[in-house]
Design a protein around this ligand. Structure first.
Ligand SMILES: Cc1cc2nc3c(=O)[nH]c(=O)nc-3n(C[C@H](O)[C@H](O)[C@H](O)COP(=O)(O)O)c2cc1C
Length: 210
């Protein structure tokens, strides 16, 4: 995949929370899970596990435990992402349990969201739910925490792409507070590409002239 295609995929992803009632193919669900398992993890510990919820009654309850978010009920599937707290703590103590487990399951989440997007499906990250209730409902063992969920389905509508901070608003050079050079400030990515492309040509030209 070209880097521009990847950027297009990343920048066209939106959280979809309205779904049609069309079911997903097994193959689509398989690809989404496959994307999740290729995420990076601390020391390759892979402390994630997934529960694919298709059952209507269970989805109803999941929705209830998620402050009545209706897309959990509406979506044909909801993937619940679990983190194995015990495994993470055994490998990396407090940092494993409090940080790595959260980070690596989040990486798996993002991989799955992107795969859903590339399959032209809609998906949304769900973080707001009552963890203990979800744990009991899904009969999750003690050592595992349900950390997040993804609803996936065919979009009934695709929301507008949300505003994102520009690079210069959130990126510094070398030390905190040292902003990117002013020259780059007004440029978006395409601008950067043109700018660097021209710069490369200029450098090549100069080297060639030596
Ligand atoms: C940690 C986290 C928790 C979130 N929880 C929810 C949620 O409970 N329900 C929901 O509809 N969206 C949830 N979202 C999705 C965000 O609302 C969404 O990503 C954000 O508004 C930006 O929109 P975009 O995904 O379309 O770019 C969550 C996202 C993250 C990263």
């Amino acid at each position: 995949m070209e880097s521009d295609e990847l950027l297009d995929l990343l920048s066209s992803r939106v959280s979809v929370t309205r779904y049609s009632d069309e079911d997903l193919e097994r193959d689509q669900i398989g690809k989404i899970l496959e994307a999740g398992r290729w995420a990076p993890s601390a020391g390759n510990m892979q402390c994630w596990e997934f529960i694919v919820v298709e059952d209507k009654k269970i989805k109803e309850k999941l929705s209830m435990y998620s402050y009545n978010q209706s897309h959990i009920r509406e979506a044909p599937i909801c993937i619940v992402v679990l983190g194995d707290e015990k495994k993470a703590a055994r490998r990396f103590e407090d940092r494993g349990k409090n940080l790595y487990m959260i980070q690596e399951t989040a990486a798996a989440m993002q991989n799955m969201l992107l795969m859903a997007q590339s399959l032209d499906l809609g998906a949304a990250w769900v973080g707001a739910f009552k963890e203990e209730d979800v744990k009991e409902l899904l009969e999750i063992p003690e050592n595992l925490r349900p950390l997040s969920m993804i609803t996936v389905g065919y979009p009934r509508e695709r929301p507008h792409i949300s505003e994102k901070k520009r690079i210069v608003e959130s990126t510094f050079v070398n030390t905190y507070g040292h902003k990117l050079h002013r020259l780059m400030e007004e440029r978006e990515w395409k601008g950067f590409k043109t700018y660097f492309g021209k710069l490369k040509e200029k450098i090549k030209g100069e080297i060639g002239n030596d």
